[in-house]
Design a protein around this ligand. Structure first.
Ligand SMILES: Cc1cc2nc3c(=O)[nH]c(=O)nc-3n(C[C@H](O)[C@H](O)[C@H](O)COP(=O)(O)OP(=O)(O)OC[C@H]3O[C@@H](n4cnc5c(N)ncnc54)[C@H](O)[C@@H]3O)c2cc1C
Ligand SMILES: *[C@@H]1O[C@H](CO)[C@@H](O)[C@H](O)[C@H]1NC(C)=O
Ligand SMILES: *[C@@H]1O[C@H](CO)[C@@H](O)[C@H](O)[C@H]1NC(C)=O
Ligand SMILES: *[C@@H]1O[C@H](CO)[C@@H](O)[C@H](O)[C@H]1NC(C)=O
Ligand SMILES: *[C@@H]1O[C@H](CO)[C@@H](O)[C@H](O)[C@H]1NC(C)=O
Ligand SMILES: *[C@@H]1O[C@H](CO)[C@@H](O)[C@H](O)[C@H]1NC(C)=O
Ligand SMILES: *[C@@H]1O[C@H](CO)[C@@H](O)[C@H](O)[C@H]1NC(C)=O
Ligand SMILES: *[C@@H]1O[C@H](CO)[C@@H](O)[C@H](O)[C@H]1NC(C)=O
Ligand SMILES: *[C@@H]1O[C@H](CO)[C@@H](O)[C@H](O)[C@H]1NC(C)=O
Length: 519
């Protein structure tokens, strides 16, 4: 790669980006006279409520908040900034479920995407009568509403996230992952078409056939190339129920070998499982097991004993089968085969049967209970399969040795073949890679500091041993780190930025092409 050329690209973006110093409580001149029906406000009581996000780590009030009543008005706003001699930043915010201030915009205007839903009907249209079923949905829609609407047609999105109160535009700007992504790919692999408003204020419909470069740029594009206003989502027939197996392991090697068998083709267990997520469990106490699981008291005792006899963490493999037949014989047979061929710790297999909807929506009550002041310094690493055992021994048994935290340290494999390299989203360079989550929450500032230190140690381990990891929901504050994250995709990412948002107006909170005055 020609480094001097690349530097000049970065430089030119910086040069173009001389922004109006956005004076709080006063709108840039000319904005009030735009021919739009959307509301825009600088009322500090309102702007203050958009000053942080789910992570609660950064705090900074936007100059103004824009409540769009139509995609057209968003285009007018962006066009106004783009053609102004003193342009301002614009941040398109889904519901602010980001963890590191990605939706913040101290010197500009925040677009509250959810406002599109309040002022419009028909924001979810399901087409079930053609050769391929799909749903046209507003990007501000949350996945639970998309699911509910499609279930009325006995259909569901091919890929849902685990937590469903995330916006379509927000997850498509990252990737959209869950335990079903090994078979269907991430959500960005399950989209047919998008309406996008670019950083020049142009409204463009794009797909693999039409304006493909913009389509691929926006998918996993971290909000850098445009505002998605509509997405055509791939659907599949919805089954009625699920069988949920919870299998315990004490050895990461055995866990990962079973996981890999379940997600690969051409073996006796291929194609049986519809959803799979492994978890690393630290501090397996009675409290943990009665708090967020559904075990009987005697099972809880048994599992706590297993964990206490084991040095280091234990592992839980969640394996789920979707089914529809009332007699359930075929699902019983599949479960029997799984229990026979998988290598979980004998006696530690548990099974539940529940309606599909209850399974898909299982996290709603738990997230609602999360304290709004808790900080969430999350880290999600994507680790190449060939390095996952080394990663495990250095991280789970090294850095986190003796760690006493709670749940949601996920560890499960994905198939890279289901990702499209043209898209902006990045993955490790191996056919199978693991998603390793560190979804910490912290109530105390000093605890957040020590977690941040652990995150740094984990990042450093990946770096030092050249594991070739990438981050999911990445957060970096300097361009060198971003360049590393994007690797060989960096040059394309930059040139697409030049093409679709040449003044670097959009989503500055990602801090890829902008530095923000927040720390
Ligand atoms: C409790 C919880 C559970 C989660 N579970 C999962 C999970 O199971 N799987 C998973 O993959 N992720 C998960 N996430 C992460 C989630 O995908 C991200 O937080 C993502 O940002 C979606 O949040 P949001 O819709 O509120 O978007 P926001 O946080 O508001 O926005 C995220 C980024 O996308 C940009 N953006 C938002 N809307 C648009 C749009 N319409 N067009 C263009 N850019 C846009 C924003 O500018 C910003 O840069 C979870 C997060 C939380 C807090
Ligand atoms: C303002 O927009 C409306 C609706 O798009 C349009 O009918 C009207 O002509 C516009 N007015 C001006 C002055 O451009
Ligand atoms: C903001 O809220 C406070 C307290 O509710 C109120 O006194 C004040 O008038 C509000 N300010 C504006 C600009 O609405
Ligand atoms: C749904 O269909 C209606 C009627 O055709 C249309 O007005 C609306 O824009 C559509 N919504 C989406 C999100 O495509
Ligand atoms: C979705 O549908 C379920 C069951 O039909 C209902 O209980 C739930 O309230 C709906 N959720 C939303 C967000 O509309
Ligand atoms: C499930 O069964 C219902 C009837 O009970 C049927 O309409 C539907 O097509 C079936 N779905 C699948 C995915 O087989
Ligand atoms: C270990 O887990 C228990 C039960 O969830 C919890 O009460 C306790 O605080 C945890 N220990 C630490 C040090 O976090
Ligand atoms: C929890 O376990 C009880 C008893 O085994 C069972 O009746 C119930 O359906 C389970 N709940 C879920 C959500 O599976
Ligand atoms: C944080 O501070 C509290 C109170 O001062 C102390 O009890 C606790 O051990 C500290 N935690 C860490 C991780 O330093």
């Amino acid at each position: 790669m020609d480094l001097s050329r690349q530097n000049s690209i970065i430089l030119s973006i910086t040069i173009l980006t001389t922004f109006a110093s956005f004076v709080k409580s006063s709108l840039p001149q000319g904005l009030q006279t735009l021919n739009i029906s959307s509301e825009i406000t600088t009322d500090p009581n309102i702007t203050a409520s958009f000053a942080t996000d789910f992570g609660n780590l950064f705090n900074c009030t936007p100059g103004a908040v824009f409540f769009p009543s139509s995609p057209k008005d968003i285009a007018t706003l962006i066009r106004f900034s783009y053609t102004s001699t003193t342009p301002f930043h614009i941040s398109q915010r889904g519901l602010g479920h980001s963890a590191y201030g990605q939706t913040l915009v101290p010197d500009g205007i925040l677009i509250d995407m959810s406002s599109l839903d309040r002022t419009n009907y028909n924001r979810i249209n399901v087409t079930s009568n053609g050769p391929i079923p799909y749903a046209d949905v507003g990007a501000e829609q949350i996945w639970i509403d998309v699911l509910n609407a499609t279930l009325k047609h006995d259909l569901m999105p091919r890929l849902l996230t685990d937590y469903l109160s995330l916006t379509v535009g927000g997850t498509l700007s990252n990737a959209g992952l869950s335990g079903r992504a090994f078979m269907h790919g991430p959500q960005i692999s399950n989209v047919y078409e998008l309406d996008v408003i670019t950083g020049t204020g142009e409204i463009v419909t794009c797909s693999k056939e039409s304006n493909p470069d913009l389509f691929y740029a926006v998918l996993g594009g971290l909000g850098q190339f445009g505002v998605i206003t509509r997405a055509r989502i791939a659907l599949e027939p919805a089954q009625k129920r699920v069988r949920w197996l919870e299998l315990f392991y004490t050895d990461i090697k055995v866990l990962t070998s079973d996981e890999e068998k379940l997600i690969s083709t051409g073996n006796s267990l291929s194609g049986i499982v519809d959803y799979l997520e492994g978890e690393v469990l630290f501090n397996v106490t009675q409290g943990l097991l009665t708090g967020s699981f559904n075990f009987s008291n005697s099972d809880v005792e048994k599992i706590v004993k297993l964990a206490s006899e084991n040095s280091g963490p234990i592992y839980l493999l969640n394996v789920v089968l979707f089914y529809n037949d009332t007699t359930a014989t075929s699902v019983d047979q599949k479960v029997e085969l799984l229990l026979k061929e998988l290598h979980y710790t004998s006696g530690f297999a548990f099974s539940y049967d529940l309606p599909l909807f209850n399974f898909l929506n299982r996290l709603s009550f738990r997230v609602a209970a999360t304290s709004s002041v808790a900080q969430c310094p999350w880290l999600v690493m994507l680790v190449p399969k060939s390095k996952v055992l080394e990663f495990g021994s250095k991280v789970y048994r090294g850095i986190l040795n003796g760690f006493k935290g709670g749940r949601f340290f996920l560890l499960y494999p994905l198939n890279r073949a289901m990702w499209d390299d043209e898209m902006s989203a990045v993955t490790p360079n191996e056919e199978v890679f693991y998603r390793a989550d560190f979804l910490w929450t912290s109530e105390a500032a000093n605890e957040t500091k020590s977690i941040a230190k652990k995150n740094k140690q984990i990042q450093n381990i990946c770096e030092k041993y050249n594991f070739g990891c990438k981050e999911y929901l990445p957060h970096f504050t300097n361009q060198i780190a971003w360049q590393k994250q994007f690797g060989e995709k960096w040059e394309k990412f930059v040139s697409r930025k030049m093409k679709y948002d040449p003044k670097a107006l959009l989503s500055p909170g990602q801090r890829i092409f902008t530095t923000l005055g927040i720390n």
